[in-house]
Structures are given as C-alpha cells and as structure tokens.
Design a protein around this ligand. Structure first.
Ligand code: NAD
Length: 458
C-alpha cells in the first residue's frame, strides 16, 4: 500500500496546528453531533478497523519489530468490538419535594493522549472510541517508533469519521512526536486533559503536568498456582497468556508462584502444552542474554523495588519470539514460551521483561506465594491472577494484591474481556484509579438543578 504521510488526514507538522484543528473540530462535534450521531461514527470506526485488522497487525509488526501478527489481529478485533461507546454515559436523576436534579456527563474538550509502542494502533482506536463517545476530540503524541503506522490509522479514522457525518480532525497527531512535542501539548491552554499509556516516566510526566491526568502505567502481573488448582487449566492459561503477543502487554503474566506440592506436576503440564522448560544451566545462560545489570554502589539490591531498578531487559530480545530468544543460547525450538525455575530474588521475577520467558518460583504454601506475589507486583495496582479451587485462597490473594484486574482460573487478559465477559480497554489506569477506562473516564460530571418543584408531574 502506498501511503504519503504528508497528505495524511489528521496528521500535522506542528503541535499548534494539530491542536487548533482538533479544537475547532471538537466545538463543531459537540454542538452538532447527537448521541445517535456519535454512535454512527463509532460504528463506522469499528467496521473500518475490523476490515483492516490484518493490515494493521502486519504494519505494526513491520515498523516496531515487536510481537506476533496473529495476536495483533486479535488485539485489533478486541479494541474495535469491545471498547464501549455512549451507553456507559448514564444520566442520574433525583426527584423530590424541592424539584428535580440531573447528573450528566460532559466532555473535557480536547484531550492530549500518549500511546505506547507495544499497542500503538490498538490504543489509538480504543482511546478514540472512548473519547469521542464522551464528546471529546483528541490529539495524539504517539510513540516515535510507531509513528508511520499510527499516521495510517489516524488517516483512516479521519476519513471514516467524515464519511459517517462527523467533522474532520476530531482525531489528530503530530507527525514527528518527541518529548518536546508532548511538552507543548501538555502546556497548551486548549488541552483540558492528558492521558498517558506507557511506562513509569510517562505516568510521572502526566501527573506533574498540572492538568487533569489519566495515567496507565507499567505492570508486572504475578500468577499464583496453588495446591488445589486444576493444573491443566493453569498450564494452558499461563502458556497462552504469557506468550500472547510475545508478552509485550502490560497485563500479561510476568512471573508464577507455584505451591511446592504441585510444582513438578505444573511444570510437566506446561511442557505438555508446549512450553520449553530450561535446565538450571540453560536458565543461567539465558538470563545473561536477556537481562542487563546497571552499575550500582553499596549493598546488593535485594527488595523487589531495588532489583527492578537496576536490572533491565535487553532491548533486542523484547517482544521477540521465544524460539528466536532461545537461539541466542543455541537452543532450537518452535515453542511460544520459555520457562525457567528460579529463586524468588532472581531479577526476572521483578523486572517487567516484556518477552516470552517466564520465571517460576516454588513456594512452600499459599501464604508465602501471596507474600512474594504482592512484592513482585510492586504496588503497580495493575493485574494479577490465581489458579485455585480454594475460594479462601482466592479471596485472600484478591484482597492483598489490590490490583485493578484480578483474574481467577484464566489468563489476566480475561480482565479486558478477551475470551471473557466484560468490556475492553488498552488504557488500564491503575495509578490514577479509572481502571478499565471507557467514555465515562473522559467526561466531567455536571449537575442541572431544576429547583422549586418546576417541571415535575408527581
Ligand atoms: P514508554 O514509557 O517507553 O513509552 C510510552 C510513551 O510515553 C511513548 O509515546 C513515549 O514517547 C512516552 N514517554 C516515554 N518516557 C517518557 C517521559 N519520561 N516523559 C514523557 N513521555 C515519555 O513505554 P512503551 O515501551 O511504549 O510501552 C511499554 C510500557 O507501557 C510498559 O511498561 C507497559 O507495562 C506499559 N503499558 C501500560 C498499559 C496500561 O494500560 N496500563 C498499556 C500498555 C503499555
């Protein structure tokens, strides 16, 4: 497909031009577009994205060099079909002797949104549907390593919106996104809200901006497999979840704590479903390939926070196929997931590795597993999961871990409606508390009070 970014709809050379155009579009949209009109636009967006899901999955893989095409197709389907629209914008009514009051949801106006390289176009679609449903418009500062495919998506969304009766430039982006352009967006008086999906540096920048901010940050989701678990279910769930899109997703399973009584049987089941379980020697070799250690002064880092601060994933392995990663130590395998048995202080337990290499830690009982899982999650308030037939263990872990998403007997992806019930999002706002964001997250509460009993019929 030939694509000329200079002629792409909604893609602007400067921040000022992008925001001015988006601001004009938002005024027109809010004044002229009924809820029915908004829904017509959202339906058209859903259809357009579904029709081109495969193209986008391939383009994202091509540009970012991360993840798996088949899973990226599934992510585009998920974002198009399960991001809710205007139906979540409920109106509240109070009626009594003193009149009627209405609680309504109003748009913020123009939102500045930042996207990650791990779900670039999926996040654009998800944010656009939620923000437009709320009556807003949005200017994106996309991750620079995904700027071309993001521009293709912005162009498609603009053409689709205009064909469906909306104004042009409801969804825009800066052609060459940088930290400087993000700064300009954050400082623009026409931007009323900032939404950031990415790592800790981004979330911090959003929260320090002085604007209303929604921050969707990093995770390091732990899985517990207790002695009462259905081990076939657990192995299949962990294998599927931790290898989905090569474990790029913030929500993906990043480490497992298994009760000693079932540890061997669980590893056997993992092997049966296709995982490559490394020997201790192979695990040591692979760790040296996939993680690096910063120089540090003083005593050896030992808490989860300290370990995560000094160890980092090696960039060339992030988001790559397990088979490719294993090749770096001379192993030939077509597995989707490599698994290694490690001690609890192993860096892979605490680093957000974003690659399909999964550490498994044996724990003496459920209390030790919970304690370790809570430490490994590092209060990201993101996601966690447990395979268990014991409701007390599920309850105890759920209460302690306190994550936005808590899955039972299924992959953490269930928490965003993938092969599960419920709506979806690609902006899981743990740090700022909106959780599974939707149109409601991007609207302001307004109150209309009709006092003194006017307009009442009872
Ligand atoms: P990243 O933080 O490197 O980049 C995300 C975006 O933020 C990019 O557009 C980047 O240009 C910008 N950015 C990065 N550092 C910044 C800083 N200091 N100040 C301002 N802007 C900054 O993350 P990534 O590699 O693109 O994505 C992976 C990370 O995002 C992982 O940590 C993952 O867990 C997280 N993530 C979270 C969610 C969620 O919903 N909570 C969803 C996807 C990804």
């Amino acid at each position: 497909m030939s694509f000329d970014i200079n002629n792409a709809k909604g893609v602007f050379a400067t921040v000022d031009a992008a925001i001015e155009a988006t601001h004009k579009a938002q005024r027109e949209f809010y004044v002229n577009c009924t809820k029915e009109g908004r829904e017509a636009i959202l339906t058209a967006i859903r259809e357009a994205v579904l029709a081109r899901a495969e193209d986008f999955a391939k383009m994202v893989r091509e540009e970012t060099k991360l993840g798996r095409v088949e899973d990226k197709i599934a992510k585009h389907h998920l974002t198009a079909m399960k991001t809710p629209g205007t139906e979540v914008l409920d109106t509240k009514v109070w009626s009594g002797d003193n009149g009627i009051s209405l609680g309504e949801r109003a748009p913020y106006g123009v939102i500045g949104a930042v996207t990650p390289v791990t779900n670039p176009t999926e996040t654009i679609v998800n944010n656009a549907i939620s923000m437009l449903a709320g009556g807003n418009a949005v200017t994106f500062n996309v991750h620079p390593s995904s700027k071309v495919v993001s521009a293709v998506m912005i162009d498609l969304l603009n053409k689709t919106i205009v064909e469906a009766g909306g104004p042009e430039n409801l969804v825009t982006m800066v052609k060459e996104p940088t930290l400087e352009t993000l700064n300009e967006i954050a400082q623009s008086p026409l931007i009323n809200m900032l939404v950031g999906t990415g790592g800790p540096g981004l979330v911090k920048a959003i929260l320090q901006s002085g604007k209303k901010g929604v921050g969707a940050g990093a995770g390091n989701p732990p899985v517990i497999v207790d002695a009462s678990a259905n081990l076939e279910l657990a192995a299949a769930g962990v294998y599927g979840g931790a290898s989905f899109d090569n474990n790029l997703l913030c929500i993906g399973e990043k480490e497992v704590f298994v009760e000693e009584a079932v540890a061997d049987a669980f590893l056997d089941k993992l092997e049966e479903v296709g995982a490559y379980v490394l020997t201790a020697e192979e695990a040591e070799q692979l760790t040296k390939q996939i993680l690096t250690l910063d120089e540090f002064e003083g005593t050896k880092p030992c808490t989860a926070h300290e370990i995560a601060r000094v160890w980092h994933p090696v960039k060339k392995h992030v988001g790559q196929d397990a088979g490719e990663i294993l090749k770096s130590i001379g192993i030939e395998s077509d597995t989707r997931l490599a698994v290694m048995l490690v001690e609890n202080d192993h860096p892979l337990v605490h680093v957000e590795q974003m690659m399909p290499v999964l550490p498994v830690v044996i724990c003496k009982d459920i209390d030790e597993a919970i304690e370790r899982a809570v430490a490994a999650e590092r209060a990201n308030k993101h996601s966690a999961c447990i395979y268990s037939g014991n409701i007390e263990n599920v309850t105890k872990f759920g209460a302690r871990i306190n994550t936005t998403i808590f899955a039972h007997n299924g992959p953490t992806l269930s928490g965003v409606g993938y092969n599960a019930e419920g709506t979806s999002t690609f902006t899981i706002a743990g740090p700022t508390g909106e959780g599974i964001t939707n149109a409601l997250s991007f609207t302001r509460a307004r109150r209309f009070a009709i006092a003194q009993g006017g307009l009442r019929i009872v």
